[in-house]
Design a protein around this ligand. Structure first.
Ligand SMILES: Cc1ncc(COP(=O)(O)O)c(C=O)c1O
Length: 496
């Protein structure tokens, strides 16, 4: 009789190999199922290659917009450009009428070239003097990170070119420490500078961005900002904006129960209670102490199942302490404040995949199977984080070969021990052969760009935009992709 492991109400047979099933967007899934289209793209652009799907981006945007419309509050969605360098995605955002959040001079140039006018651009992140100087007179809104920035900008700006500013706040009572922002307890000094520079700096409001998906932390931050607005008003500084940043989550997993099961087995492998499922001594941030495993792994976000629009709806409507049961949306609307958002990963969610090819397969001294690919770990992992979602294996040439699942580690092309694309074992449906394709799901948000380097003189993977139009998939080099203005043909087509 087969053993079963009950996880979160479902039963997974222990005979099944551990798995981290990926969610695939229907448009992406259909593209991958169209072998002719896929081979055409792989043949024309080679591998490794990042494929971007502007239509998925557009659909994500439409979902967030619907939530904000329903909340009946004024708003701006500022696409956080840092999530991906792609010209296709930033042009899509520009064409669809969003605003943009840029965090460097390079991103600012890219946004301008995509068609964003200064009144649609917000500059975030830490800025040096040269960058601040270049912003004066440009018409963009500057989201001030710290007191030095504020004072420097006040010194650089003049009455003939006043600069619109937001103050980024941090240090909220129930939040983790942040290296960014002006501490909530020190805002008085910043407000004094604003009050004394009103001919040069135009106070628009307050901002925060929390590096967590936690709703309660955001509610706490918003509550603090509403209190700080009173201090601003007391100085006759009239705010019109509450910027709640980014952080809306992505959904990577298609099966949270299997994710839990995988992690359970991975932990058992670390203590020796089950077969080892990690390369070398990797513990993924867990502290392994004899038979116990403690701590938080470095990959927790991959199990999320709450979609960004659902999270946003809850964030806007959950009752705020001390505001008579009203949520952020209502309190903002009642105080004539616009809500600004800076979504990055939630707009790029499922708007990209990465295609690589198997170079060869070998076995290491301990018998582990290593599948060598033609890309490196930094092209598919954000900030070296272990990506806990299974890639898809496709035969180099159809048909799909018969085979039994085989547990492997994916190895990168760099001549470095650490260049393992998966340091956790993954099970593939057959033992890969040279020329087979490996598709990494959902790589557009940070995964493809955040750490990518031209190490060992390998050029970074190319980017190609894929669009489904007139019954077929069209591939355009990212730099040359220009979305058609929404109108006669929607950017969010029905999935074929
Ligand atoms: C200030 C700011 N806004 C927005 C974002 C985008 O966040 P996310 O991609 O989590 O939506 C970031 C990301 O680091 C950020 O630093």
């Amino acid at each position: 009789m087969r053993q079963t492991t009950p996880i979160s109400g479902t039963r997974i047979t222990a005979a099944e190999p551990p798995a981290l099933p990926a969610r695939w967007d229907p448009l992406v899934r259909d593209f991958l199922a169209d072998r002719t289209a896929l081979d055409r793209v792989a043949g024309r652009f080679g591998t490794p290659v990042h494929l971007l799907f502007p239509q998925v981006f557009a659909r994500n945007l439409a979902r967030l917009t619907a939530v904000l419309d329903a909340a009946r509050v004024g708003y701006r969605i500022c696409y956080a450009h840092k999530v991906n360098r792609s010209a296709a995605l930033v042009r899509t955002a520009a064409t669809l009428g969003t605003f943009v959040d840029v965090a460097s001079a390079g991103e600012l140039d890219s946004a301008r070239q995509a068609g964003f006018t200064p009144d649609r651009i917000e500059v975030t992140g830490p800025k040096g003097e040269a960058f601040l100087r270049s912003l004066v007179g440009s018409g963009v809104t500057v989201n001030i990170d710290n007191q030095w920035e504020l004072e420097t900008l006040a010194g650089l700006a003049g009455p003939d070119s006043p600069v619109p500013v937001l103050l980024r706040i941090s240090g909220f009572p129930d939040s983790r420490p942040s290296r960014f922002g002006i501490p909530a307890g020190s805002v008085d000094r910043a407000l004094d500078v604003l009050a004394n520079s009103r001919d040069r700096l135009v106070f628009r409001g307050l901002a925060f961005h929390l590096d967590t998906g936690d709703i309660a932390e955001r509610l706490g931050a918003a509550k603090t900002c509403f209190t700080l607005f009173e201090q601003a008003c007391a100085r006759d500084l009239l705010p019109s904006v509450l910027n709640i940043g980014g952080g809306l989550r992505q959904v990577f997993t298609a099966d949270a129960c299997r994710f839990d099961d995988y992690v359970h087995r991975l932990r058992d492998g670390l203590t020796g209670r089950g077969p080892r499922m990690s390369w070398g001594g990797d513990t993924f941030g867990y502290q392994v102490d004899g038979t116990s495993v403690r701590g938080t792994p470095v990959f927790h976000k991959y199990a999320n199942t709450v979609a960004a629009d659902v999270m946003l709806a809850e964030l806007l409507t959950a009752p705020l302490d001390g505001h008579g049961g009203r949520g952020i949306g209502r309190v903002a609307a009642d105080n004539l404040l616009e809500i600004w958002l800076e979504p990055g990963k939630s707009l790029a969610d499922h708007a990209g995949i990465t295609l690589a090819r198997v170079e060869f397969v070998k076995e290491s001294a301990d018998g582990s199977v290593l599948v060598h690919l033609d890309l490196s770990r930094d092209s598919v992992t954000p900030a070296d984080q272990e990506v806990m979602v299974d890639p898809l294996l496709l035969p180099g040439h159809p048909p799909t070969p018969p085979g039994d699942p085989v547990g492997v580690y994916l190895a990168g092309r760099l001549c470095l021990e650490r260049d393992l694309i998966t340091a956790h074992k993954i099970w593939l449906p057959w033992r890969p052969r040279p020329g087979d394709l490996v598709v990494f799901p959902n790589t557009a948000a940070y995964h493809s760009d955040l750490s990518a380097a031209a190490a060992a003189m390998h050029p970074p993977a190319a980017k190609v935009a894929i669009e489904f139009r007139d019954g077929t998939y069209r591939a355009t080099p990212d730099a040359g992709f220009h979305p058609r203005p929404p109108g006669r043909e929607s950017l969010t087509p029905e999935v074929p």
